[in-house]
Design a protein around this ligand. Structure first.
Ligand SMILES: [Zn+2]
Length: 236
């Protein structure tokens, strides 16, 4: 009698793969290691600027106080920043809360960009318990957040909160809709529900847009900044 050598359990291995691969894909997606837009063929913009909460009528409609509301303020900042960057030759995608052109309707739209900046003002249950802050995704370059904080801090006279200090900052819904090759960040420019912060912010909304544009153009063109190809604007 011949003994048959033990056979490699190929069926079992294939079965395991069929279970483990989708699990790994779902886990890494939830952790933010990849996004659906990264799989799509689409133009990559230099900068995507979102006016947080803009056009949202239900759900997360944003912070409000007697000084104003996020939905009034963030488009002013975003429009100013987008205009300056476009005039400087960068390709800019300016979007609303649904990641689409603010003048259009329809569902969420995925986008590809180098740098994605989501503009917000914080609202706090207890007034003046918050301040300016930055949130960023796992795929984002943390140095980009550091550079923004250093830059904005030379203007911003009030408090800072820790990076990613809320769940909304760590897991911002916009990260899933954007494939950013450099950095994707939520910029909370200050607490709108804190009267003294709001009084500083309100007359400076266009100035804040200028700062966002200045930061983005520096970030996009600096050596050691985003991976190539850089915008033709940067002379590369
Ligand atoms: Zn917000």
């Amino acid at each position: 009698m011949r003994s048959t050598p033990p056979r490699f359990p190929i069926g079992l291995a294939l079965g395991l793969l069929c279970v483990l691969l989708p699990l790994a894909a779902i886990w890494s997606y939830q952790q933010g290691y990849w996004s659906i837009p990264s799989l799509l063929p689409a133009q990559r913009f230099d900068v995507l600027i979102q006016a947080g909460h803009e056009n949202r009528a239900t759900g997360k409609t944003g912070a409000e106080s007697r000084q104003g509301s996020e939905q009034q303020w963030t488009p002013i900042v975003a429009d100013t920043a987008a205009r300056i960057l476009k005039n400087a030759g960068f390709t800019v995608k300016r979007v609303d809360a649904f990641m689409r052109d603010p003048a259009k309707s329809g569902g969420l739209r995925p986008a590809k960009t180098r740098l994605a900046l989501f503009i917000h003002f914080d609202g706090a249950e207890r007034a003046c318990s918050s301040g300016a802050s930055v949130g960023y995704s796992r795929r984002s370059d943390p140095l980009a957040a550091e550079q923004w904080k250093r830059f904005y801090d030379s203007y911003w006279p009030h408090e800072w909160m820790q990076d990613n200090f809320t769940e909304n900052l760590r897991r911002y819904y916009g990260y899933r809709w954007v494939d950013a090759s450099d950095a994707e960040m939520v910029l909370e420019l200050g607490e709108l529900t804190c009267p003294r912060q709001a009084r500083w912010l309100k007359p400076r909304l266009e100035k804040l847009g200028e700062l966002v544009a200045q930061y983005a153009s520096t970030r996009l063109c600096q050596p050691g900044g985003p991976a190539p190809p850089l915008s033709p604007r940067c002379g590369n």
